[in-house]
Ligand binder design. Sequence first.
Ligand code: FMN
Ligand code: ATP
Length: 305
Amino acid sequence: MNIYNRILKRNDTPVVALGFFDGFHVGHKKVFEVLNLNANRRRKVVFTFKNHPDKLLGLDLRYILTNSERLEFFEKHGIEDVYFIEFTKEFMQIDKDRFIKEILIEKLNAGLVVVGYDFTFGYKAEGNSEYLCKKLKDYGRECIVVDPVTCNDQVVSSTLIRNLIMNGNIQLANSMLGYNFFVNGIVKKGNRIGRKLGFPTLNIRFDKNKLVPKRGVYVTNTIIDSKRYISLTNVGFNPTVSKTQSIKIETHVLDFEEKMYGKKIKIEFIDFIREERKFESLQELKTQIEKDIEYVKALFCKATL
Ligand SMILES: Cc1cc2nc3c(=O)[nH]c(=O)nc-3n(C[C@H](O)[C@H](O)[C@H](O)COP(=O)(O)O)c2cc1C
Ligand SMILES: Nc1ncnc2c1ncn2[C@@H]1O[C@H](COP(=O)(O)OP(=O)(O)OP(=O)(O)O)[C@@H](O)[C@H]1O
């Protein structure tokens, strides 16, 4: 897959999907399915931004997928060329008609454009999918608008999924994503209290733009060297043992003892177990973690019956 940071003039007539696609949820997947089905041997292209437009407008936004994870999803779904553009104050000034004429027609030479029902574009998001298709047809180009994809009677969106994850509603978020929400990280040194407690944990360093689930304890899968292990993950400040205000993600992997510093792991979130609490003593924390582990072990026993 080619990644372009500038928009160069094309001579072929590619099929183009438009959007930010954070999370690559089931609605986004549908857009890509429609693109693939209608490509007819034309090159499959995505036009997207590196940074979310709302971030430039001052919103403190964390992403469901980091940029490299988002690019991986594009590649897995058949995309050949990505226009991965910085959303700047200058770009923001481009109005809807200039976007269609100068970018989609004169530069990308799009033969077909695929967007979802709620796609907006151009200065102040004044263009919508209906306007886009009408104009593209005037230029003799094809355009398809994908109907809203729903889950549990709700229209799926990146914003909704971010809120579910931030509120600990991982199961519904995962249904809407079509895969388990995950955080990739590199194992770093912790305070080495876990080992003393009898529950060693892998503490991770992760992308500062990655969305972090609500503080608490989760049932997770940890993927190490392509192997999947059942694990329990704590997201929070470890208030029982520390005064830090920076959020930590650490996972206790069941039946796993290896040294891991510097290695890459992936933590997939399955379900929220409980809030993170400040315990009066290490012994109370230890007793609670023992209960958490019993709870998770019982879950997986039932699952294998
Ligand atoms: C399953 C699990 C649940 C945890 N729950 C809490 C909690 O409720 N409150 C808390 O202060 N720390 C909690 N922790 C974090 C522990 O304080 C932390 O793992 C321990 O201090 C070891 O940290 P270290 O790896 O930096 O040495 C939890 C950790 C795990 C693995
Ligand atoms: N549920 C959905 N069904 C069909 N198409 C969708 C759905 N959600 C998004 N799309 C389409 O996917 C493309 C990328 O959308 P975008 O990145 O804005 O995601 P979003 O989920 O709509 O995000 P937000 O919550 O910020 O509105 C757009 O063309 C959009 O219309």
